[in-house]
Design a protein around this ligand. Sequence first.
Ligand code: ZN
Ligand code: ZN
Length: 195
Amino acid sequence: MPNNTKRCRYCKQKHLESEMVRVQMSWFCNYDHATKFALDKLEQKKEKEIKAKVKELKVKNKTLSQLKKEAEYYVNAYVRIRDEGKPCCSCSKPHQSGDQAGHFIAVGSCDELRFNTKNIHSQCIECNLYQSGNLLGYRDYMVKRYGEQLVNDFQDLARSKRINKWDRDYLIRLKDVFKRRCTHLKKIKNNQQKS
Ligand SMILES: [Zn+2]
Ligand SMILES: [Zn+2]
């Protein structure tokens, strides 16, 4: 077809095919534009590599406690999305906007259960902050939801005072996993609300 036109991949202008050049499956006004396009690509690739390196270095420089905080942020955010609209796990008061992610076994009592989502549920501020977790009510809820066995296992673990050490890579992965889970769960919940 003699009147076929193509768009230059570099400057996006349209021209007749017969007046253009073709380089590696793409059309360009001329070799100058083809070269510039290739150089831009190269530049972008370099920039990407540098950015990835910087990110890697940033992560390397983070302290264990920073990594723990970041993982915790997303685990707790996940729990809040999961339990959105549910009553307080300790006192059954209807959900309020300020409800928090409360641990059944406190972080200070058992570091190993810090990120366990079966140990964290939406809790009202009064129970979480002013009644030290309102554990009697919380225990009832745990037994109803997961059974006596799991609750006893959690309590045994806390009593064992086992020393726990978090692995850096594990914490980094945990953060990424829960960040993705938050996005995913939010999407599902939004779709449910629409339908
Ligand atoms: Zn061009
Ligand atoms: Zn409560």
